[in-house]
Each structure stands twice: as structure tokens, then as C-alpha cells.
Design a protein around this ligand. Structure first.
Ligand code: GLC
Length: 801
């Protein structure tokens, strides 16, 4: 039975009236006359878990998504009993639970309804599989907006949509196509500028309906498991996201090179071809840090082997590439070729690590190598074994990153493109069928890969990229958006997906720049790379079916545009790295759709194209051919056009010029943007000086920061980082920059070059740490308004007489 609708309720069952209530520290249990238990757990004042059982019994409490390191604890918890309901009061919300129907309403402390059950919890029994189809419906006030849910290639605001979560290999997917590769059952709702979030932690095939089936109702349901969801109160959207990310986990910092530019194709081989490509990057001086080997590097697509004809001496090649600044990244898929002579197959057979069908045969399926079996990555022992397989690749050969693909898991030439539902999984000691393990399979593969790469790369940091993911995958891996197409519509989709993934706790994401299927025009490629350098993960990839996709294949003009933007990314590395650190530390999304940047401005609620890169750079891609610019919305506040340095007032739509070598970019006034010199790869040059671009603002303090460390390794976890916080105060005839420094890492450079943009006066006096200094001693350049100062200054007063 496929239940595709929440309403299909011939067999819907509902909880009865509450007959008992009990409290066990942070857990509140409400039991109804027909055996339903609602267990509410207070994780934090603003993070509440709702869990329902139907037969007086909960399943064993186990989740792959929830991180052990998330914050827990609350300062207030009161429960009141009233005639018709119970009220739970925390420091952030009040929740009522109706005595007659167990329906809940969540209010903020001012008494505004934030999230209210419509039918609330209901279910259908599943005769075929046992258990229930569990459902939840909530009232949806007119004007409520919905965001999140991972990689969905549709309008950012999901109002009116029906969504399905079932990880699927969708080659050349289209706009609005659903489901795709990832399954992130987390959404953000916002009504009257109050945002909240819901994470439905259920790995079965699930659905979300945002006023599609019923105009005033949102609902979500799953084909098995428990109704088990977490509610996050905002009211700021960013707090909803950081609370969700805290619960499902944050990533470690990647090595800085991983934030450089990556080049990929299906496939670069043999070795001479790889060298030709990397050589060309250096020759054309387009910075690049990583080169990928797709499936053809293997011997007959057998994972953990090398085709010795194409790559006779991988260790030497990887070493030579690394001397030229290139890190080698190789693909590893889950399908293991059925081949008695193949060591990975032999080991897994011996140890009984492959997935099996319900009645005992192995799960057999066709992928690149032909007939394969598939490791059960939900078995901890299998993960441990898998991670050990990386010894040769990482430790001996020196590969720096691993790319996990086809891990939905994808199976060729079969209905459904994946395992049948009866396949058995260990699920970390909670044996289950593929119906439950499917959506988490890819994440567990990436996790095992991460553990392996980390083990052998240590003390350096691992780099992993995955195609499939479930909530929590961000703890282990970056991701890309799968097999897109070289069309203008896909440029729009790539922009949406990167923003949506950021809002869904998985910032470290990018698209195949230029498109995977088909071949882009030079113009499309140029527009795409301009956008791609502002995505946390930045890689060109293509199927190679219709021609090459290296920047030089599109002619000189596109080479120049590519170089210009990749250089800009490398200059902005300290800014990007600081953004990543804020993401890794506090879960702050690296890209902010305008609604996340300024939710109180209703103009932002339906915007899709513009986004904020980090906290201070506004980006808006040109998404159609032959454009000389575009109209875009500049959010409230004042901004500087990055290219022209013109000052502009936000809060309205504007036309912005953008020839082929320009993407509309604006810097928030008051921002201090750090830049490194251009390098061909991370670590090519010693950073002799940090540049700070200071965008003058009249009035209140603006804070900017710069996080730096060794660019790799784990010293930063032991305090060996350098965090500079700058605050800028602008007056009519003075700018004050204060610096506060944290951490024990000593940066390589001794000085900083400060450029002040938009200064309304002529500089004639400077005080450095309360001492008046001559302009010459700071190498003052009055053409460009730059000075050079010692890096650890604490206070700089720049004034006119
Ligand atoms: C899948 C991946 C793609 C890769 C190809 C061959 O289609 O999505 O990125 O190049 O397989 O490995």
C-alpha cells in the first residue's frame, strides 16, 4: 500500500482522551484511553521533542541524525493542569495539550500561536508491513511561508508544494522534480515574522505537504516508524537553523585547500591526460587546488583498485601532482563487483558484510562494474572494515579526498532504481528493512569513508563529498547536487539548491559548474562560474559526453572571466574560511537567502535569486543569455557596489549593470572584508600581508571577523587559531577601527594593508594605539586611501583635521 496523501483516511485512527500524565525529569508522558502515548522531551527552552506511540510502547530510541555533542539543558520547566488542557512552560515557549484529543498548541511567551495541531497526530495501521503510517497535520495560517528540506529544485518558499523524501538517483533531473538524491526532513515555517522549525526524524519514505492538499493545513507523514519530531522556536530564522544544526551536528573545519577551486570530469585518464589538465591550469594561471579521478581510474570499476595501464604508478603521480599544488580526489562507489578474485569482495563475503534479501539471498544489483553486492553500511562492523580499506589510497598513495557517489543507493535497470524494500539492514543493532534504511544508507557510507580518510590522513583533515545524504550528514561530509544539466534553468536550480542546503544545515554544498549532462555555451559557463565561486563547494564537473568543460575549451574571453572569478575566490579565502568556522562552531548557514538575512522585510519572503555570502556580501547571478545586467532586490540597509564602489540604498529593486565579466555584488556598509593575495593553490605563497577592505559607514559599530589557523590539522581545536574581531565606527570626519584578538596562533604576516572605501573626507591625521603617527610612516596612499599598519594594532583613529 502506497500512501501518498495525508487525507486518504479511510483507516485513519486518532488518539482518545488523556487518562494519565507523568513526568520523569525532562520527559512528560501523556497517555490516552486508547493507548497512545505522547512523550514530550524538553531538550532546551526552545527545542522540544514530540514522540508518539500507538500501542503503549515506544520503539528503541535510536537515531543516526542526532548528534551527541548538541547542547542540552533548560532553565525552566513548569507543568500546569487546567480543566481542558495541560500547559507546559519553558523559558521560551508555552505548550498546551488538550485533554480530550491530545492536540498541541505551541505559543511564544507573549501568547502568539507559533505552531498548532490541526488534526494533530493520527495514523493508519499498515497490514502489509506491520506498524503504522504515521501522520501529523498542523494549521497553516494564511501568509505562512515554508523553507528548507535539502536539495529540492523548486522555489525556495515551499508554500503550495507537496514534497517526498526518498533518496533517488535522478540523472538530468528537472525543475520541480522530486524526490532527488537527499532526504532532509527539516523545514522552517514563518508567520508574521516569527520563525520555527520542524525536524521529522523518521528515515522511512516521508512526505511534507505545505497547503497543497488542504489550503489551511501543512502535514507530514511517513510510511513507517514513529511520529517523532523536534520543534525549534526562533523567532529568528537563523536561530531555528542553528538549533537544528546543533541537534543534528556540525562539521569539522575542512582543510583550507578544500575551499579552493576543484576540477573534475568523467573521467580524466590516463595519467598523461591528468597532467595535461593540471599543467594547463598552471599555464593559464587559473588557480586550482583539486583534481578528481572518476570511475575509470579503477580496474574494471572495482573500488580500491587502480587501472595499471592508465595509472602505472599512482603514488608517484599523486606525489608529482601534489608538488604542483594539486590534491588528488578519487571516487568510491558502494557497489562491489561480484568477483571471486577481488579482495574487497572476498573479504566482505568472508565476513558476511553484504546486504541480503529478506529470505537470505544477497542483494544483487547492476552498477558500473556490472553485477554487484553492497556493503551494509548501517552495520558498525562493516563501517569499521570499510574505513580500513582506505589505508592504501590515503596513507600510501597520498590521495587527499574521497568522493562517494551512487549511494542512494543507485541500482541500474530496475524499477525504483534502488534496492527493493525487503532488503535487510543491521541499523546499528536495530535490524530492519530497506524501507527504513534507504534514506540513511548514503550517509552511513559517507560516515564510514570519513572515518577511514580521517584515520589515515591524520594529523591532516579529511575531505569527503557525497551525493546522497540524510540530516546529520554534515558531520562527516560535503555534498554536491548530482547530475544537473547545462541549461540556464539549471543555473537557477543550482542557486536555489545551494541556498536551500545552507538553510538545511548542510552549507558545504555546490553544483556541477557548467552542468553535468549536455554541454554549456561559453556564456552559460561564464555565468555559472561567477555564481559557483560563491558556493561553499566549488567544482566544475561534466559527463564529458558532449565535449570538454575545462575553462579553456570556451575560448579566451571565458578563460579571462573564469580566472577573474576564481582569483576573487582565492582572495576571499580568509572571508570564506571565517564563514566556515562560524558554520562549524555555531551552525550559522554560510549562504543566507534574503528571507534569512532580513525576515522582517516581507519583500524577501518570495525572493529566490539574491543571497548573502557569509554575512556581508550580496550576490545575485545573471541567469539568462545576452544580458547586460539584471533587476535585483537590494535588501534593506546601505550597500556598496563591489565593482563600481557606488553607494546605494537598499529596500528596493534596482537595475544593476553586469556584462559577461561581472556578477552583481554588493558589500554591506561597515563591513571589513579580508583578502589574501592571489595564489595558484592554497599554500603556494607565504601570506606576506593581510588586506582589509573597509567599507565606510556613518554611525553605529559594525563587527567583522577574520579566523585563521594552520589551514589544516587540529591545532585550532586546542586554541591554536587567530580570531581577529574588528569593529568599525564612522563619524563625519573620523573612522575608528578597533581590533580584538583571540587565540594563540601567530599568523605569517606582520602587517595589514587597510583600504577605506567610501570615505567622505580627506585623511590628514592618524592615531595608532593612541599615538599620533605620520601618514608616511603608514605608507599612506591618498589615491587609493590605503595605509599599512602592524597586524596586532588595537585601535586606529583615521580623521581629517
Ligand atoms: C554519477 C555521478 C557523476 C559521476 C558518474 C560517473 O552519474 O553523479 O558525478 O561522474 O556517476 O561516476
Amino acid at each position: 500500500m502506497i500512501v501518498n496523501t495525508e487525507l486518504e483516511h479511510k483507516g485513519n485512527l486518532f488518539p482518545g482522551k488523556i487518562i494519565s500524565f507523568s513526568q520523569d525529569v525532562d520527559k512528560l508522558n501523556f497517555i490516552t484511553e486508547n493507548g497512545v502515548i505522547l512523550q514530550i522531551t524538553i531538550l532546551r527552552g526552545s527545542v522540544i521533542r514530540f514522540r508518539y506511540a500507538t500501542d503503549k510502547n515506544f520503539e528503541k530510541d535510536f537515531s543516526y541524525a542526532i548528534s551527541e555533542s548538541g547542547a542540552r539543558g533548560y532553565s525552566k520547566l513548569e507543568v500546569e493542569e487546567h480543566d481542558a488542557h495541560y500547559t507546559i512552560i519553558t523559558s521560551r515557549v508555552q505548550i498546551t495539550i488538550g485533554k480530550s484529543d491530545i492536540k498541541t498548541i505551541i505559543y511564544d511567551l507573549e501568547g502568539n500561536v507559533v505552531c498548532k495541531d490541526d488534526w494533530g497526530f493520527h495514523w493508519e495501521q499498515s497490514y502489509e508491513y506491520g506498524g503504522n503510517i504515521v501522520k501529523m497535520s498542523k494549521s497553516a495560517p494564511l501568509g505562512e511561508c515554508y523553507y528548507g528540506l535539502g536539495d529540492k529544485p523548486m522555489h525556495l518558499n515551499l508554500k503550495g508544494k507537496r514534497i517526498e523524501n526518498w533518496a533517488t538517483d535522478q540523472y538530468a533531473f528537472g525543475k520541480d522534480q522530486d524526490p532527488l538524491y537527499k532526504s532532509v526532513p527539516f523545514y522552517i515555517g514563518m508567520y508574521e515574522e516569527r520563525a520555527y522549525g520542524i525536524f521529522f526524524d523518521n528515515t522511512f519514505r516521508s512526505y511534507f505537504d505545505f497547503c497543497n492538499e488542504r489550503r489551511n493545513v501543512t502535514s507530514f507523514w511517513a510510511q513507517g516508524g514513529e511520529m517523532n519530531y523536534y520543534f525549534f522556536y526562533g523567532p529568528n530564522m537563523q536561530d531555528v537553523i542553528t538549533r537544528y544544526t546543533d541537534l543534528t551536528g556540525k562539521p569539522e573545519l575542512p582543510p583550507l585547500w578544500a575551499l579552493g577551486y576543484h576540477q573534475c570530469k568523467w573521467s580524466y585518464y590516463p595519467e598523461s591526460k591528468v597532467k595535461e589538465i593540471t599543467g594547463r591550469f598552471r599555464e593559464l594561471q587559473i588557480p586550482c587546488d583539486a583534481i578528481y579521478l572518476d570511475i575509470d581510474y579503477m580496474e574494471g570499476f572495482r573500488c580500491f583498485t587502480w587501472n595499471k595501464e592508465y595509472f602505472p604508478d599512482p603514488k608517484r603521480m599523486v606525489q608529482e601532482l601534489s608538488e604542483d599544488g594539486f590534491k588528488t580526489i578519487v571516487i568510491i562507489d558502494p557497489g562491489i563487483k561480484i568477483d571471486d578474485e577481488y579482495f574487497v569482495y572476498q573479504e566482505a563475503m568472508e565476513k558476511d558484510y553484504f546486504c541480503k534479501r529478506a529470505d537470505g539471498p544477497y542483494m544483487r544489483g547492476k552498477v558500473w562494474p556490472g553485477e554487484c553486492y553492497f556493503p551494509d553500511f548501517t552495520n558498525p562492523e562493516v563501517r569499521e572494515w570499510w574505513s580500513g580499506l582506505f589505508k592504501e589510497i590515503i596513507d600510501e598513495i597520498g590521495v587527499k579526498g574521497v568522493w562517494n557517489d551512487m549511494n542512494e543507493p543507485a541500482v541500474m535497470e530496475v524499477p525504483g532504481k534502488t534496492f527493493p524494500g525487503d532488503v535487510r539492514h543491521n541499523y546499528d543493532g536495530n535490524p530492519c528493512s530497506h524501507r527504513k534504511a534507504h534514506n540513511i544508507y548514503g550517509t552511513q557510507m559517507a560516515r564510514a569513508t570519513y572515518e577511514g580518510v580521517k584515520r589515515f590522513a591524520y594529523p591532516k583533515r579529511p575531505f569527503i563529498i557525497t551525493r546522497s545524504a540524510y540530516s546529520g550528514a554534515q558531520r562527516y561530509t560535503s555534498s554536491w547536487t548530482g547530475d544537473n544539466v547545462a541549461t540556464w534553468e539549471h543555473l537557477w536550480i543550482a542557486n536555489i539548491q545551494a541556498q536551500r542546503m545552507s538553510m538545511s544545515g548542510m552549507s558545504f554544498t555546490g553544483s556541477d559548474i557548467g552542468g553535468f549532462a549536455e554541454h554549456p555555451t561559453g556564456e552559460l559557463y561564464a555565468r555559472w562560474i561567477q555564481l559557483g565561486v560563491f558556493h561553499p563547494f566549488c567544482r566544475t564537473h561534466s559527463s564529458g559526453d558532449h565535449g570538454n568543460q575545462e575553462p579553456w575549451t570556451f575560448g579566451e574571453e571565458v578563460v579571462d572571466v573564469t580566472r577573474k572569478f576564481v582569483e576573487l575566490r582565492y582572495q576571499l579565502l580568509p572571508y570564506l574560511y571565517t564563514m566556515f568556522w562560524e558554520y562549524a562552531k555555531d551552525g550559522i548557514p554560510m549562504l543566507k537567502p534574503l528571507v534569512l538575512f532580513d525576515q522582517n522585510d516581507p519583500q524577501t519572503h518570495y525572493r529566490t535569486d539574491e543571497f548573502i555570502f557569509g554575512n556581508q556580501i550580496l550576490v545575485c547571478p545573471v541567469q539568462e543569455p545576452n544580458a547586460k545586467g539584471r533587476r535585483m532586490y537590494i535588501p534593506r540597509g546601505n550597500w556598496y557596489n563591489y565593482w563600481t564602489r557606488e553607494y546605494t540604498k537598499g529596500g528596493m529593486e534596482q537595475w544593476v549593470d553586469a556584462d559577461l565579466d561581472i556578477i552583481p555584488l554588493f558589500i554591506k556598509e561597515g563591513a571589513i572584508i579580508p583578502k589574501y593575495p592571489i595564489q595558484q593553490y592554497v599554500g603556494e605563497k607565504k601570506i606576506e600581508q593581510l588586506k582589509l577592505e573597509v567599507y565606510y559607514k556613518l554611525g553605529s559599530k559594525e563587527v567583522s571577523s577574520v579566523f585563521e589557523d594552520d589551514q589544516d590539522g587540529y591545532g585550532y581545536t586546542k586554541g591554536r587559531f587567530s580570531l581577529r574581531s574588528f569593529s568599525l565606527t564612522g563619524k563625519e570626519n573620523q573612522v575608528i577601527i578597533q581590533q580584538h584578538k583571540n587565540g594563540s596562533y601567530i599568523t605569517e604576516y606582520d602587517t595589514m594593508k587597510i583600504e577605506i572605501i567610501g570615505l567622505p573626507f580627506k585623511i590628514s591625521q592618524i592615531e595608532l594605539d593612541n599615538v599620533s603617527v605620520t601618514l608616511e610612516s603608514l605608507h599612506f596612499d591618498d589615491q587609493n586611501n590605503t595605509i599599512v599598519v602592524p597586524k596586532d594594532f588595537t585601535e586606529l583613529h583615521i580623521s581629517s583635521k
